[in-house]
Design a protein around this ligand. Structure first.
Ligand code: ZN
Length: 110
């Protein structure tokens, strides 16, 4: 495995992973809070990373360049009203809790 991408935006890392998988590249997101389970080393930096097998590295790099270009054109990220996670503009629903962009928080959130 080799690191092909790193970002301080966790949703961006997941988006990159999704795009790569759509192109049949097995990608892995590392270093996000989601993986800070007990027993792992403490996370000293909050950069999310996307890793791919070396075989797919150059293809992945190309795809990521396209993804970044697209993200720049789409405009600013939005914050989910329910869970406060940051989402990419092209997402209609929150990547974390699936709530639609713009809908108000319900009582299921403390
Ligand atoms: Zn959410």
């Amino acid at each position: 495995m080799r690191r092909v991408y790193s970002t301080d935006s966790v949703p961006m890392a997941w988006h990159v992973r999704n795009v790569l998988e759509q192109h049949d590249i097995p990608a892995e997101v590392r270093n996000t809070n989601l993986f800070s389970v007990a027993g792992e080393l403490p996370i000293t930096e909050c950069q999310a990373e996307v890793w791919v097998p070396v075989l797919f590295f150059s293809r992945a790099e190309q795809l990521i360049r396209d993804v970044e270009q697209e993200a720049t054109e789409e405009g600013p990220n939005w914050i989910c009203s329910a869970c406060r996670e940051e989402n990419l503009p092209q997402y209609a629903c929150c990547w974390n809790c699936q709530r639609e962009n713009g809908s108000t928080a319900e009582s299921d959130v403390d």
